[in-house]
Structure formats: C-alpha cells, structure tokens
Design a protein around this ligand. Structure first.
Ligand SMILES: [Zn+2]
Length: 298
C-alpha cells in the first residue's frame, strides 16, 4: 500500500503519553518522520541498517519519556555482526540523534546478522547526578524483544515495547505499569497488566506506522477508557558544539596538538552524528598549547 504522507497528515514527529483511567498503567506512542529522514540523510546506510536505526531512535525516545529528570537516555549496541556499533540518544526534551558506526558495508536485512553476538547498553545520564547503565544481551531477534527481556530481568516497573520502521518513518508503543495508586490488589494489577499487553500484542507494524495515535488507541483499546495527552514534539538536534569539540582537544597533550598543527596546519573535527565540521587554527588553541600536560582522565 502506498501512502503519500505529506498529504495524508502533517508530519508527526511527536511523542504522546496516555493513561488507562481504571488501571495504574501508562503508555506512550512515538512517531518519527522528518527527524528520522534528517538523521538518515547524514549517512548512506543500506535499508536494513536504516530500519534498525529507526527502531533504536523510536525506542530511545519512548524510554526517555520515563525519565524524571533533565538528561538523556542512550541506547548503544555493540556486536560482532555487520554493525559494530549502533547508537541512539534522546534527551529529556526529546531531541534525538543516532548513528550506525562502521556500517558502510552492512547489507543484511536481518536483525541477527546485523547485530550478531550483540550486547545492548542502556544508559541514563542525568544532567546533574550519577549516570546509570544496564547491559543485556541482544536476543530474541529484535530490539523490542531484547528490551522486553531487559525489563523482565530488572527490578524496574514492568514495561513492554513494540517498534516499527520502514526507512521513511519509525514508530513505537510503550506500556508501563505504574506504582499502585488506583488498585492495590496485586492480582487485579497483574490481570490489568496482562489485559493491556495481550491487546498490545495484536498491533501490526503497519498500524504503528500509519495510524494516528488516537486511532491506534481506539484500534487496540476501544473498550478501555484511555486518556490521551497532547503531543510533545520530537526533533533531530545534535548536541555537538564548538565548545565540546574544544573540550575534547583539551584532553590531548599540548605536544601532540603541536604535532598535528605542524603536519596539517589546523585541527579539524567532524561530528559523526551530524557531519558538522569544527576547525581549530593555532591561535584558537593558544591556551591549550601553553597548558602543561593534560590531567589524567578517570
Ligand atoms: Zn553533531
């Protein structure tokens, strides 16, 4: 089926929270269109890699909506497959970026080939405070299933995800049990959780990608009272900056900076997420060149 998205509906690129009115369960629906295309336009990835990166970005966005503080959530997969490193980040204000490093020759369509023998690190990085990281094997032939396994094992709130991407847009649905508030009976809580997950199981990739959130909720949960909140915009926004690149250079010994300047005349740093180029001349780095040896990094 072909659908002209620009005419069918305005670009979505948003995340929408919903709540089941009679159960302590929340949900989130994310749909990425132009933000995904902008990210994919920076690189030349094969369709299989594009779809996987789209799923990672949708998942990072969904999970970042569960953060209770300013900061960012990073999903990072390392594998012995065709994609050595796949990374997607989303900040608490829903700015996303992502990359599949070393995937220029990755042509597989299949999750298990692209990310064979992979592990997934889920990092939560508050602007202030301690960073937290959980690591799980990439398993069960999809990112969503790997994340489900992660939440099954962890002591966090029960959480399920469904993801889809077709290289033009990416979508995801998240369900999460909330602490007991409306219902304290553990059996009833479990029953309600099972009920919404069983219906969630019936969602198809096409429905995730094509139905507006209200229609998707009606399709899945028309017998359950659900409150859908206003959309929050999601955008591709790289967090790189001149200052950050300069900070990275400050970790390099002045002697080494001198060597590069002598050989190349200037120091060029390209952001791998957005291709932005940062160029430093000798006079831009005067203070770093004067500084003593860089402090040891811990
Ligand atoms: Zn950048």
């Amino acid at each position: 089926m072909s659908l002209d998205r620009t005419n069918a509906s305005p670009a979505t690129d948003s995340s929408r929270r919903f709540l089941f009115e009679q159960a302590d369960i929340r949900g989130e629906i994310v749909q990425l269109d132009s933000s995904l295309r902008e990210i994919l336009a920076v690189h030349q990835y094969a369709p299989g890699v594009q779809r996987l990166l789209g799923e990672f970005l949708a998942a990072a966005t969904l999970l970042s909506t569960t953060l209770k503080f300013e900061g960012r959530l990073i999903l990072q997969a390392r594998s012995g497959g065709q994609i050595p490193l796949l990374m997607a980040e989303c900040s608490s204000d829903l700015q996303i970026r992502g990359i599949a490093r070393g995937a220029q020759l990755a042509t597989a369509e299949d999750f298990d080939q692209l990310l064979a023998e992979g592990t997934l690190a889920i990092t939560v990085e508050p602007l202030k405070g301690k960073r937290y990281q959980g690591i799980v094997p990439l398993s069960r032939h999809s990112l969503a299933a790997s994340l489900d396994a992660y939440f099954e094992q962890s002591e966090q709130l029960q959480t399920r995800l469904w993801l889809a991407c077709d290289s033009q847009s990416a979508s995801g649905l998240l369900l999460q049990q909330l602490p007991a508030q409306l219902n304290r009976d553990p059996q009833l809580r479990q029953q309600q959780w099972q009920h919404v997950c069983t219906l969630g199981e019936t969602v198809t990739p096409d429905e995730l990608l094509q139905l507006p959130p209200a229609d998707l909720l009606y399709r899945l949960y028309h017998e359950d009272p659900v409150r859908l909140f206003d959309p929050r915009p999601v955008a591709f926004q790289c967090s790189c900056s001149l200052q950050r690149s300069r900070n990275a250079l400050s970790a390099i010994a002045p002697g080494e900076l001198e060597d590069i300047l002598r050989e190349q005349g200037s120091i060029n740093m390209d952001c791998e997420f957005c291709n932005q180029q940062y160029r430093f001349e000798r006079e831009d780095l005067a203070d770093l060149l004067r500084a003593g040896p860089a402090p040891t990094l811990h």
